[in-house]
Design a protein around this ligand. Structure first.
Ligand SMILES: [Zn+2]
Length: 121
């Protein structure tokens, strides 16, 4: 992206500018989401400002994310801030998604969760 901005003509940049910005922002937000999710699994040694952000629910709190990791692991899939977890749960969003995915693919959700842990010959 930096190379393009350096070497392209202003007209060429204008042609792809919106797409470049979109891809850049996706990369930033996906990275932040991964970091917030990692911190929600970290119970010791986090800087105070991060636990403060978690406590004020500005990023995914540890206690909130714990709900997702309790069997049967079928809810609270949002891992950036967690703000949408409760409304999506109340709307039955994930169960509806799973219903249609199962209808479409024939694969039952979480049926093969432990397949990866089985011993192979
Ligand atoms: Zn997690």
């Amino acid at each position: 992206m930096a190379y393009k901005f350096w070497t392209y003509t202003p007209e060429q940049i204008k042609e792809t500018y919106n797409w470049e910005c979109y891809v850049f922002l996706i990369a930033v937000f996906v990275s932040l989401t991964n970091q917030f999710h990692k911190w929600s699994h970290t119970y010791f040694g986090l800087p105070k400002w991060i636990t403060l952000l978690q406590d004020y629910h500005l990023i995914l709190p540890r206690k909130h994310h714990r709900i997702h990791h309790v069997a049967p692991h079928e809810t609270y899939f949002c891992i950036t801030t967690g703000w949408l977890n409760y409304p999506l749960e109340k709307l039955g969003f994930w169960t509806t998604c799973e219903y249609y995915i199962e209808k479409l693919t024939g694969h039952k959700p979480r049926e093969d969760d432990f397949k990866w842990a089985q011993k192979k010959d």
